[in-house]
Ligand binder design. Structure first.
Ligand code: UDP
Length: 240
């Protein structure tokens, strides 16, 4: 049962449980996809019905940001904690390095996925990265074919939201993978171009503040984020 956060269903899973659930999906032959909603997703899903539907059809929907957890508390149906997409990806890759499942990296500017692949192979001995493609393509067909031809079991789709979720839902089944995961800016992090917050900041729920300090141009985007808490309060008081 998913927890409804302002119209978007979220799985109340801790990180280790989320990784185990991802590994279990890999045991099944059919296509699955994972989404990692943060407050920005939930705010845009409110106005964008197609995005909301795709989020709600996902096999796994992980609470990526601390704002989602705060909103759940205000709504009176508290999630137990965050399961950030980047950490889920790390756990899944450690699992894949043991099982031999193959990974394809899709997204970010040209060259970034290749650099990420090099770093990830070093960090996860045994991990098979069977292909990469940048995220600035015009036609889907050749990208779908590249993933299919690589024999990938898993694809990380890093095109930003909502593009990556719509792309996974529409094209994922044709790629032949068992699992697609939408991971936003993660390839930039894995490539070493963008730093995640130190662990203490993450634990304190301040990853968003660290990101704002590093990329002040995000202020416009981020200024809207407290709105999710206002919405949650409105929904609670309205008895929803
Ligand atoms: N991106 C892409 N294709 C596009 C638009 C964006 O590959 O058409 C990439 C972009 O280069 C970046 C990622 O998608 O690597 C999105 O980053 P953002 O910081 O917006 O994602 P977030 O982590 O905030 O979801």
């Amino acid at each position: 049962m998913k927890t409804d956060i302002l119209g978007v269903g979220i799985d109340d899973l801790l990180l280790s449980e989320a990784i185990a659930a991802g590994a279990a999906l890999l045991q099944e032959e059919r296509f699955h996809y994972v989404v990692t909603p943060n407050p920005e997703f939930i705010l845009s899903a409110k106005k964008d019905e197609a995005f909301r539907a795709v989020l709600n059809r996902a096999d796994l929907s992980l609470p990526d940001g601390v704002g989602v957890v705060y909103a759940s508390k205000i709504l009176g149906r508290p999630l137990r904690g965050r399961a950030p997409g980047a950490d889920f990806a790390q756990g899944l890759m450690a699992h894949m390095a043991r099982t031999g499942d193959k990974l394809f990296l899709l997204g970010a500017k040209p060259g970034v996925a290749e650099q990420a692949a090099e770093n990830l192979r070093k960090a996860n001995p045994g991990l098979i990265i069977c292909g990469t493609h940048d995220g600035y393509f015009k036609e889907d067909g050749p990208v779908i074919e590249a993933i299919r031809a690589s024999g990938a079991d898993v694809v990380f789709v890093c095109l930003g939201a909502p593009k990556q979720e719509l792309w996974m839902a529409q094209n994922g089944p044709q790629t032949g993978v068992k699992l697609a995961v939408g991971l936003g800016g993660c390839l930039d992090v894995f490539a070493g171009n963008v730093q995640r917050a130190p662990e203490a900041w993450q634990k304190a729920g301040l990853e968003w503040l660290y990101r704002l300090i590093k990329e002040p141009s995000r202020i416009g985007r981020m200024a809207k984020l407290p709105l999710i808490l206002v919405d949650a309060l409105g929904a609670r008081l309205g008895g929803k």
